[in-house]
Design a protein around this ligand. Structure first.
Ligand code: GTP
Ligand code: ZN
Length: 369
């Protein structure tokens, strides 16, 4: 007998249960298991997955017509995920499928906007390959000249930040437009206003959290996990735990492509050396007079050191300490072109390294193994 089904999106995963937002039958999330057949073939289910769900009988009684009341999900109703549709994108940390965009939130002040931290977040977000929407919050606390300063600066880096004030509800429509009809992840350092922004963007967010996690969390340890929230104008938004210093989980040769302003220099041009790392090698296509060049060199040193720990600060003599314009001391690589070789080849997965604490993953482990 063929079962009645609906399509939907997985909005939360916990252990072997999945909350699915159905497309047609009801607007309430439905708790689901995964068909044994999927388990047997090792088909995992992630937040963000598009799935086909076999419906519980209680949701079928009403049939589906324009006049019938929309069925309500009752306590104990359980659907079964029978099919997972191919994923368009996959992030590993946090584990989310089909996300299209990262919304990076920073504050113009309080905490102060720090260029190295901002640059690091941008680079790590670029590494996912997803579209980036950059948001500068707390416009109400700064002067117009500060806004212009950062706007111009970021334009040179290849970004057009959306300026907002959650406090005054200023500028938020532009962001809402960007978030419409797709899955986005929100990330950014602590204290910039991410929770405040989610409360503004997702009316009733607390109710959504309760609907989804209330029952499952009872009696369990309540580690945070990824959860997609419904946006009122369509689209889903995931919050990621606050963190301040994302790792740069990228290949050294890939790093330059994570700077839009350098990427632009490389379009239609190639460096003389195939393995050029753009540190002054002969006939390098990447110039040195761009603002974030020193960020690039410093991040490059970091990713090289991750690959070859023997080249780290303590033992490596190929570094000279320099003081930046911000007074901050950092190590700059000496320009030795052939010194570094790639030793390990890590998987080039799309991922937001550190956008999720380890505990979040542990929570999902049961299903991920
Ligand atoms: N003046 C002003 N304050 C804001 C604005 N948005 C948020 N805040 C305040 O900034 C502080 C931090 O906001 P949160 O929303 O908790 O920041 P968060 O990014 O979620 O921080 P974590 O939970 O640590 O990741 C709170 O006191 C907010 O009231 C804004 O637009 N203007
Ligand atoms: Zn080069």
């Amino acid at each position: 007998m063929t079962k009645a089904t609906d399509e939907g999106t997985v909005i939360a995963v916990q252990a072997n249960y999945y909350w699915v937002r159905l497309r047609n039958v009801t607007s309430q999330p439905l708790l689901c298991t995964r068909r044994t057949r999927l388990k047997k073939v090792g088909q995992k289910v992630m937040v963000g997955d598009q799935v086909r769900v076999e419906l519980p009988p209680s949701l079928l009684l009403h049939g589906r017509s324009n006049t019938a009341p929309v069925p309500m999900v009752a306590e104990g109703d359980l659907g079964a995920i029978a099919k997972v549709y191919p994923r368009r994108t996959v992030l590993e940390r946090p584990p989310v499928a089909n996300a299209e965009q990262i919304c990076l939130v920073f504050a113009l002040t309080d905490p102060p906007l720090e260029e190295w931290q901002l640059s690091r977040f941008l680079v790590q977000a670029e590494a996912t390959g997803l579209e980036i929407s950059l948001c500068f919050n707390k416009q109400d606390l700064v002067q117009e000249t500060d806004v212009k300063f950062w706007g111009d600066r970021l334009a040179a880096w290849g970004y057009a930040p959306i300026i907002i004030s959650v406090e005054n509800r200023w500028g938020v429509e532009k962001l809402q437009e960007k978030l419409r009809s797709r899955i986005s992840l929100m990330a950014g350092p602590s204290g910039v206003g991410k929770s405040s922004l989610i409360n503004l963007l997702v009316p009733g967010v607390e109710q959504q959290v309760k609907n989804v996690s209330g029952k499952l969390r009872k009696g369990r340890h309540t580690t945070r996990h990824v959860e997609l929230f419904d946006l009122p104008h369509g689209g889903l938004l995931a919050d990621t735990p606050g963190f301040n210093q994302p790792d740069l989980a990228v290949e050294p040769a890939q790093l330059i492509h994570l700077f839009p302003e350098a990427r632009q220099q490389l379009t239609g041009q190639e460096c003389f050396f195939k393995d050029c790392l753009h540190r002054g090698e002969p006939d390098c296509a990447v110039g040195q007079d761009w603002e974030r060049y020193e960020h690039y060199l410093t991040f490059l040193e970091e990713v090289l050191a991750q690959q070859n720990p023997e080249n780290s600060r303590e033992t490596d003599t190929g570094l000279k300490t320099k003081t930046g314009s911000d007074g901050q001391e950092y190590d700059e690589p000496k320009l030795e072109t052939k010194k570094y070789r790639r030793h390990s080849r890590r998987q080039e997965h799309q991922e937001l390294q550190s956008f999720c604490e380890q505990t979040d993953l542990d929570n999902l482990q049961e299903d991920w193994e």
